[in-house]
Write a protein that binds this ligand. Structure first.
Ligand code: 1GP
Length: 244
């Protein structure tokens, strides 16, 4: 089964959780351990990526360890075309829709497309929208961040992505954001599109995860918490809140 079909199948039973692991944040063996723990707690997929510091080497090694230690698909969440790994099951083939720079809207994709085709990575087409504060990814991506009090603008971007043929939309507050994407914005985007809605950035506890899910997110992404000591119980309660 393709990764896209796997995700769509899962979504028939409700919202799902994805664990984001940044290859630049720990040794590959630790990434493997995190993936194993996350799988045992019921995460539905592992995303691999980070805004800075991802190299071909740390990506390949991390992806291999994750594959060895997990029983869910691994999806590369790229920060550009410079690193690409055949050891992931799929790649978010994504465009940062609200970047001011053509680099992140289309040029990296032009550089990466021939490689994705060549190594046969399954592409998961996605429109990436950065919401205030945007954190590192907003800065690196030169995003015109969506103001937190402007859900209509977020929805218009999401609709544009969908009408361009993108098969999922990601609302991103930025890794480590002080608060997740506002519920009103998630709800407005959700009712404006028919493709799966991914939401991430700043989700650190079960209460926040539940709010994001209740607002309409289909896929809830957490990253930073697994980089902290004693992440097991926190991750467990987040995944439970999403699945209940
Ligand atoms: C970043 O949305 C993800 O792309 C995860 O964010 O690290 O804040 O969980 P956190």
């Amino acid at each position: 089964m393709s990764v896209e079909d796997y995700v769509l199948q899962k979504l028939k039973n409700g919202a799902i959780h994805m664990t984001l692991i940044d290859p630049a944040s720990q040794e590959p063996a630790q990434a493997g351990k995190i993936a194993k723990d996350a799988c045992s707690l019921g995460t539905d997929a592992i995303m691999i990526g980070g805004s800075t510091g991802v190299t071909q080497e740390n990506l390949d090694q991390t992806a291999l360890e994750i594959k060895k230690n997990s029983n869910v698909p691994s999806i590369y969440f790229p920060s550009g075309a410079s690193a690409m790994s055949p050891h992931c099951d799929a790649i978010y083939f994504m465009s940062m829709l609200n970047s001011r720079s053509l680099e992140w809207v289309i040029r990296e994709q032009v550089a990466g497309a021939p490689v994705v085709k060549k190594i046969g990575l399954e592409p998961l087409s996605m429109g990436y929208i950065i919401v205030e504060p945007g954190m590192k990814v907003g800065e690196v991506g030169q995003a015109d961040v969506i103001p937190r009090d402007n859900p209509q603008l977020a929805a218009a971007y999401a609709m544009a992505g969908e009408l361009l043929g993108m098969r999922s939309i990601y609302l991103e507050a930025g890794s480590g954001a002080p608060a997740p994407v506002p519920s009103a914005m998630i709800a407005q985007v959700k009712k404006s599109i028919a493709v799966p809605l991914i939401v991430g950035g700043g989700i650190r506890d079960a209460e926040a995860a539940r709010a994001v899910k209740d607002a309409g997110a289909d896929v809830i992404v957490t990253g930073t918490i697994v980089e902290e000591n004693g992440y097991l119980s926190r991750l467990e309660s987040i995944i439970k809140a999403i699945k209940e």
